[in-house]
Write a protein that binds this ligand. Structure first.
Ligand code: NAG
Length: 259
């Protein structure tokens, strides 16, 4: 009874098994490939997510730092030993220093420990009188060896122009010869130049002539004051008689500096 079955039974199985096997293998391959693609995509997604998380975490750190700074600025915060206020505030100051360049409260003992490259150049200019052959209505000036100049102050035809608005100390000295014969006082003026309207007088110094009989009595008038200038304002110096001005070294000068 067994004989007719035994050869017959494996036959139908063996005839169907290759196709099912093929199908099964195909499914398996598709499944594995799909899984691989899925895994790769998931890894990619995870990686991107991690990057975002890192960003959020670092922002969170910044936020905590700022909260600490805020707390340290209050009286109770400073008492708290939990916050290392000194360190935190120092860190914050360093950060501020990088943004603006604070050198006002920089410890001089630190010396070069600050930010020498970013140190703000003081805005100042000091010029010496420039002799001119004819009488001029605006005195002219030249730079000197030790007198500072600055990009924020420009010079044109006797006038000093400020780039930044602010408080400025403006000063000038003019030395001049006086002749006994003339009676009108020699006057030194500092004007604010206004292109659209009449120039505004800022400072004025007068000197009446000496009574001595010599041809040239050397005298000086010096004046200076603080003024609020706007961006682009120009100031200049003139005198009643520019032919009397003495241009010896150090005698006649014009300068300005920002407070
Ligand atoms: C000095 O400048 C003022 C203002 O521009 C002007 O009115 C005056 O005439 C000038 N003085 C001389 C002597 O040029």
């Amino acid at each position: 009874m067994n004989e007719p079955y035994s050869p017959a039974t494996p036959r139908p199985i063996s005839s169907t098994s290759p196709s099912t096997m093929k199908m099964f293998m195909g499914f398996l391959t598709v499944f594995i490939v799909a899984q691989m693609i899925g895994t790769v995509l998931f890894c990619l997604y995870l990686h991107m997510k991690m990057d975002k998380m890192e960003e959020v975490l670092s922002l969170n750190e910044d936020y905590i730092f700022l909260r600490k700074v805020q707390k340290c600025q209050t009286a109770e915060g400073q008492k708290s030993t939990l916050l290392d206020c000194e360190k935190i505030l120092k860190g914050f100051q360093d950060l501020q220093c990088k943004v603006h360049c604070c050198w006002a409260d920089k410890d001089p003992a630190e010396g070069g420990g600050g930010l020498p490259a970013e140190k703000r150049q003081p805005i100042a200019a000091h010029l010496a009188g420039q002799k001119s052959s004819k009488a001029v209505s605006v005195l002219e000036w030249k730079t000197t060896m030790y007198g500072p100049t600055n990009n924020a102050i420009s010079y044109q035809e006797g006038k000093l122009k400020v780039k930044e608005a602010g408080l400025y100390y403006i000063y000038s000295q003019v030395s001049f010869c006086t002749k006994a014969a003339t009676s009108a006082p020699f006057t030194l003026y500092i004007y604010l130049y206004l292109p659209m309207e009449e120039d505004r007088l800022l400072l004025k110094g007068l000197d009446t002539h000496s009574t001595s009989k010599s041809l040239c009595d050397l005298q000086s008038i010096r004046e200076g004051g603080v003024f609020k200038l706007r961006e682009g304002d120009m100031v200049f110096v003139n005198v009643t008689d520019s032919t009397l001005v003495n241009y010896n070294h150090g005698s006649t000068y014009f300068g300005i500096f920002k407070l």
